[in-house]
Each structure stands twice: as C-alpha cells, then as structure tokens.
Design a protein around this ligand. Structure first.
Ligand code: DIG
Ligand code: MN
Ligand code: MN
Length: 390
C-alpha cells in the first residue's frame, strides 16, 4: 500500500542494525525473536523504504572475528547494501557489552581498558569510514558509576577528553571526512552516566582540542528519562551548530530507556519536534534508535519500522498545515510584536546611550501584566489540528 506517507530516500530515514535486530531480550526475559543477520536486516530495511542503516562494530563484525572473516562479512554486507539500495551514514562502537568495559571504556580506572577502548574504536572508525559513514557516534553507555567513591568525576571527564582528542586527531591523521557526535544519557546501564544531557555534552565539547569536529546526537528517550524537554535540548544544539545527528524514538517520563516507536507515547511532543526540524531546515539523518515491543515477531518489527517513518511523515504534513492555518497564524501575529520602537532604542549592540535611555524609560507595568496572550486558543487549535478536526 503506497500513499503520501510512504518513505522515500530523500526523507533520509535510517535505522541501526541493533534496532530492527533487537531480539526482545530484557533484564527479566530471554529473546523472543531469532537472530536477524545483518544482510537480512538490510533487506528488511530496504523493503520498508529506509534510506540508510547504521551499526556498532560488533553488530556487523563479531568481536573475535579473524581479519579474513571480517573482510568476508564486509563483502557480503556491501552486496546487501547494493541490492537494497541503502547507504551507511553513521557508525559507532560497542564499548558497553563486553565485560572488559564493566568499569567503563574511556573512563575505566584500568589504563589497559582505556587503551583497549581506543584501539577498538580506531578499528571501528576504520570500518565505518570504509562503508561510507560520515558521522561517528559516541554513546558512553558504561562511562559512569554506581558509587562515586571509586572515581573522581573530574578525572573521568579528563580521561574522556583525552580519548576524544586522540580519536579526533586519529581521524584527521587518516584524512577521514568524519564528524563525531556525542550521545548523552542520564543513566542505564550505569547508575549515573557522565555527560548525562545535551547541555552537559555541549559544555564538554567546548573543552576539546578539536571542538569543530564534535557535535551531539541527542535521543528523545534519554532527555525525556531525565524529565527534560527534548525540543529545548534540540534547539540549543541547533543554536550552537552542533546538531550533527538525532536519535528519534519515544519514552514515558521517569521510566527505563524504552526506545519506543517514534510518536508511540507523546504525539504532541513528536509533532513539535518534527515541526522544529522541518522549520529550521535540518538536513541530517532522521535516525530511529528504537525497537519493536518484545511481544512482536518480525512482521511486527516491520510494522514498527514503517510506523516510525509514517508517523514522521504524517507529522511533517501536520506541521505544514499548522504553518498554513489562517487562524493559527493570525493568533501568532497577535502575540506581542516588536513594532521597532524598543528595537531601535535598546536592540542590537550595547551602547552607553542605550543603557542610559533604557534606565530612564518608563513602562506601564500594570498594562504589561494585564494583557492576555491567547495561548489557550493557540494550543487548542494545535490540538484540534493534530486530532484531525481542522
Ligand atoms: C543507545 O541509545 C545508543 C547506542 O544504541 C548507540 O551507540 C547510539 C547510536 O544511535 N545510541
Ligand atoms: Mn535509548
Ligand atoms: Mn541512541
């Protein structure tokens, strides 16, 4: 069934191998789905209309594969990509599954683990670039603590910075056209994870040797887990020119990382996010870092993948409708507008004259406090548009 919500390559919808390949394992239950080999995942994503596929090194290459096995897997994977017409926009490293990383990777107290994490990441960067990736994500799933008695957090950040600086220099030394994207998360699997939010990551990037190479890969579920407004986080990343990638999914506040299908929980937040991305002209990937319910078989996994993309396209259409809605736009025009009087006097660059004029200005505080802003009507019209009655 093809309609105007059928995904096309220009929509840049991508999924990780680990998303459609999620086996349904959770802390209290075994897998409910059989393994999905990477070439099968690529075929599935091609069938549902995705643009690209991403991977952790070990989603594709087993951690103990020989070089010959690695090359064979890469050859087969390339063939599947060609047949399905998919590309690899992003790659990342699994620095969280192997027990070696149980105390962290770049921030482990064991210097040999930190060195091994760098080695593993360099090989994973080589693999990602070999398959076409231009964005490299760092999700520090194990970079944290259960108790801060065993590690000085400032020392941990220093170790993290040394690792990222080293890897930026490595990528430059190799001549790779690559941008790094840090992915924040507040907790899980560690009790607390360093660089817990987009804001923390943006502050950290400013301390790096090559900050121009490094941005963020915010995930809906991760800021939401922390009870934060994801749209505000995205807006700050965008304002800083650091929205290099995005992980779309959905999440109930205050729960474990649910990685639900995009729009599965809070359609209004998803609508405002899509509207922002489309209004500002975000040109990056729309990556769904999510997975199907544990209850599903692979037909259900296809429903999940299609649902992520269809919801994005439906909300994109709703955003265009909101931008064209005469009553909504009239309400926006009734909001306090700058008639130029204040801008001329106080806007733009500071001057002593402007400061003096502003200090001397008189404001009718009562009138400022008395006016209504019309937000209830605006929000109700938005709801009615989303509910399909306008
Ligand atoms: C989890 O949210 C993380 C890992 O799946 C991966 O490292 C990253 C890439 O999107 N997201
Ligand atoms: Mn997640
Ligand atoms: Mn993610």
């Amino acid at each position: 069934m093809s309609d105007r919500y059928t995904p096309r390559p220009e929509h840049k919808f991508t999924f990780g191998l680990w998303t459609v390949g999620n086996l349904g394992r959770d802390p209290f239950g075994e897998p409910t789905r059989p393994p999905l080999p990477p070439v099968e995942a690529v075929r599935l994503l091609g069938e549902v209309g995705a643009y690209g596929v991403n991977f952790h090194d070990n989603d594709l290459i087993p951690i103990d594969a020989t070089p010959a096995e690695r090359d064979q897997i890469v050859r087969e994977f390339r063939g599947a990509l060609r047949e399905a017409g998919l590309v690899v926009p992003m790659a990342t490293t699994n620095l969280f599954s192997d027990p070696a990383f149980k105390d962290g990777a770049f921030t482990s107290n064991d210097p040999k683990v930190r060195a091994y994490a760098l080695q593993k990441t360099m090989h994973a960067i080589d693999l990602g670039v070999e398959l076409g990736a231009e964005t490299y994500v760092f999700w520090g799933g194990r970079e944290g603590t259960e108790s801060d008695t065993n590690k000085n957090p400032a020392e941990s950040l220093k170790r993290f910075r040394e690792a990222i600086n080293f890897l930026c220099a490595y990528a430059q030394d190799q001549g790779y056209k690559l941008r790094f994207a840090l992915e924040p998360k507040p907790n899980e699997p560690r009790g607390d994870i360093y660089l817990a939010t987009v804001g923390a990551a943006l502050g950290f990037i400013a301390t790096l040797d090559h900050p121009e190479m490094v941005g963020v890969n915010p995930e809906v579920a991760h800021e939401t887990m922390a009870g934060l407004n994801f749209l505000h986080a995205i807006a700050q990343a965008w304002d800083a020119g650091k929205l290099f990638h995005i992980d779309l999914n959905d999440q109930v506040v205050g729960r474990y990382d649910q990685d639900f299908r995009f729009g599965a929980v809070n359609l209004k937040s998803a609508f405002l996010l899509v509207k922002f991305l489309e209004d500002v002209g975000y040109q990056g990937m729309r990556h769904f870092d999510a997975h199907a319910y544990r209850t599903e078989d692979y037909a259900g996994v296809e429903d999940f993948a299609r649902g992520c993309m269809r919801t994005y396209l439906i909300l994109k259409e709703k955003a265009a409708q909101w931008n064209a809605d005469a009553e909504i736009q009239a309400l926006l025009r009734e909001l306090p507008q700058d008639d130029g009087s204040t801008a001329a006097a106080f806007g733009g660059a500071y001057s002593a004259e402007k400061a003096a004029a502003l200090k001397a200005a008189s404001f009718d505080r009562a009138a400022l406090g008395a006016r209504g802003y019309g937000y209830e009507r605006l929000d109700q019209l938005t709801n009615e548009l989303l509910l399909g009655v306008r």
